[in-house]
Write a protein that binds this ligand. Structure first.
Ligand SMILES: [Zn+2]
Length: 629
């Protein structure tokens, strides 16, 4: 008998109940409705397609924008004993063949696909022949040109959609009205049922502060919290300087940006994930797909370019439901710089043509040459080589993608590779050492035909499963063999890949999509305006954000800086306690030193409190030095 969604949830994930809307979304798919699910990050999106995918006959196809996330999902499913694979253009030709074979032979329950792979006619043909149960589109807002994450290849999904007669589930953690309309139109959804969970984060206190001395204020906040935090800045150099400043002041801090070696980045991330008192100072390269429950504060020392980006980053605070903080610093210089950068960073048509030419030089791809082969592309190195701004390049690449001139994969981990470098008799000697070693060496020799001739892509997971050991143990055994010199073990690196679609043209032959270019630029300006309105908001920060995402509410959160400030008495009481604390800690301070600890616009309030404290003789003044009595 067919299992119910709840039975499946319990059997594989061990939960005894669904979270809000999960069950409704699953039921909607089970009765073949096209469905849209708007769930905030951390709202349990994957369960919404994994449960029906397990109930329905055939393989569920999941389109996902990030290869790293696909790999992570596939691994988790495999650990639950569910057959799942990820297909993307970074795979070797033989790996792709093997996946398609498994699909046709009904061996898979889940197939994760990068949107770019839909350009490949072969995969479309295979999907049409295979038994497919449903189509899930993760991060569906990537299909919208209004979305900050627009991925031109997402527009290919509607072709696939028309080939398969299956229900579609579009999932997203962010959707304004325009984006929601785009999702429905571009995916050609048929009378979709829409589920919208509120984007409200009641346990986060939103605060915006005008700050002239950001490092001092940052230090003060972090000293109080003693917890795991994130500090976002727009500038790589700043990640290093701020983390050094924090470390010299007894705050445990690391830095993270996209220009670091993959290995280094992985170490920072894994250390932070395990810690409960470390702060990472990072650029927006940090965070995609990270789900750490105990983040106390997310502090932005620079203004992000859109509410979408801000809310996604700020929303990493307090996933455990405990009280947490999302704080944004700004000053007049920032807002001015932001507006001029917007103009500077958005590439001109000439910039885009030059970028196309430079890509040819960088990848050593001659005019007139054409190839299906993807080449490794390192954005940071490219920017250094050609002395260009990363943001300009990112926009430029999107314009080239949209004009179908290039194909770019996001960064992902390629598979590990192994080649046996010893002969049969030496391997036999090692096999005598233990049954575990024997099992592993036998498996490698039998499973991978060419392993003596060339490095072949392997999955540590498969090896561990076959040998009945943990993945960690499998990896450490492989390192042991490598050190013994009996095999080459090449550990994966994180990398993006790029190719020209069709033959490489001369840059004066390029035809760019100008309408699209103009629309993009407008949308970009509109987003920045949204962010500036958030900063200038007078009533309630949370309400401002919810309204931005199309949630009609007039309810005030009661805990953001504005709600507190509008509730004056309460606010003055808190500030009074904070000022007394500061004076006790520092012994004596001038009024200007006190100012540095508070938002600029509160100087008047601070003076008022200090005068009250003086007249109540709780503090005293000697020339300009204030002191607690
Ligand atoms: Zn509020």
């Amino acid at each position: 008998m067919m299992k119910t969604p709840l039975e499946i949830l319990h059997k594989y994930w061990g939960f005894t109940s669904f979270r809000e809307f999960q069950e409704e979304i699953i039921q909607s798919i089970l009765v073949s409705n096209d469905t849209v699910a708007l769930l905030p990050t951390g709202g349990g999106k994957s369960i919404c397609y994994q449960v029906p995918g397990l109930i329905l006959a055939g393989c569920a196809v999941v389109i996902s924008p990030l290869i790293a996330l696909m790999q992570d999902q596939v691994l988790r499913l495999k650990e639950l004993g569910i057959e799942a694979m990820a297909y993307h253009s970074g795979l070797h030709y033989l790996e792709k063949e093997s996946i398609l074979n498994q699909l046709l032979h009904n061996k898979l329950k889940f197939l994760y696909l990068s949107p770019e792979s839909l350009r490949n006619r072969k995969i479309q043909a295979h999907l049409q022949r295979a038994s497919i149960s449903m189509l899930a589109i993760d991060e569906a807002h990537c299909i919208s040109q209004w979305g900050y994450d627009f991925r031109p290849a997402y527009l290919l999904i509607h072709e696939l959609r028309s080939l398969l007669n299956v229900p579609v589930l579009a999932l997203t953690a962010t959707a304004t009205k325009e984006v929601l309309e785009d999702i429905q139109r571009e995916l050609k959804l048929n009378k979709p049922v829409i589920f919208r969970q509120s984007f409200k984060r009641s346990n986060i206190q939103f605060v915006v502060e005008e700050q002239e001395s950001k490092p001092i204020r940052l230090l003060q906040i972090l000293s109080k919290l003693k917890s795991s935090n994130l500090v976002y800045t727009r500038n790589r150099k700043n990640t290093i300087q701020l983390s050094q400043y924090l470390n010299t002041n007894q705050i445990n801090a690391a830095f993270y940006h996209a220009g670091m070696e993959a290995q280094e980045r992985a170490e920072v991330l894994s250390k932070w994930l395990k810690s409960n008192n470390e702060t990472v100072v990072c650029t927006n390269a940090f965070g995609m797909g990270i789900d750490k429950p105990n983040v106390k504060a997310v502090i932005h020392v620079d203004i992000p370019p859109s509410i979408e980006e801000y809310y996604q980053e700020a929303g990493r605070a307090g996933r455990n439901g405990e009280k947490s903080y999302a704080i944004l610093f700004h000053n007049v210089r920032d807002t001015n710089a932001m507006q001029s950068q917007l103009v500077e960073n958005f590439p001109s048509i000439q910039d885009v043509k030059l970028l196309y030419k430079n890509l040819g030089i960088y990848l050593e791809w001659a005019v007139g040459h054409s190839s299906e082969e993807m080449k490794d592309f390192d954005l940071a190195a490219f920017c250094t080589t050609f002395k260009v701004n990363a943001m300009t390049i990112i926009y430029g690449l999107k314009i080239l993608e949209q004009s179908e001139l290039i194909e770019l994969t996001d960064s992902f981990q390629s598979s590990s590779k192994i080649q046996l470098t010893s002969n049969q008799s030496i391997l036999d000697d090692y096999s005598l050492m233990s049954l575990k070693i024997q099992t592993m060496l036998d498996f490698l020799r039998r499973k991978y035909e060419n392993i003596y001739i060339t490095p072949v892509a392997i999955e540590e997971y498969d090896i561990a499963k076959y040998c009945n050991i943990s993945i960690t143990e499998a990896i450490s055994m492989l390192h042991y063999f490598k050190n013994e010199g009996i095999l080459k073990y090449i550990v994966p690196i994180t990398q993006s890949q790029l190719r020209f679609i069709g033959e490489r043209l001369r840059s004066d032959e390029l035809t760019l999509d100008i309408d699209w270019y103009n629309k993009r630029k407008q949308s970009h300006i509109k987003k920045l305006e949204g962010m500036l309105q958030y900063i200038a908001e007078k009533e309630c920060r949370q309400k401002n954000i919810l309204n931005y995402f199309g949630e009609k509410t007039s309810e005030l959160c009661g805990k953001c800086d504005l709600c507190l400030a509008n509730n004056k008495e309460n606010h003055i009481e808190t500030r009074t306690i904070e000022i007394l604390e500061l004076l006790r800690k520092n012994n004596t301070m001038t009024i200007h030193q006190i100012y540095e600890y508070f938002p600029y616009n509160q100087r008047e309030i601070i003076v008022g409190i200090v005068n009250d404290l003086l007249s109540e003789q709780k503090i005293s003044r000697n020339i300009d030095q204030l002191k607690v009595n």
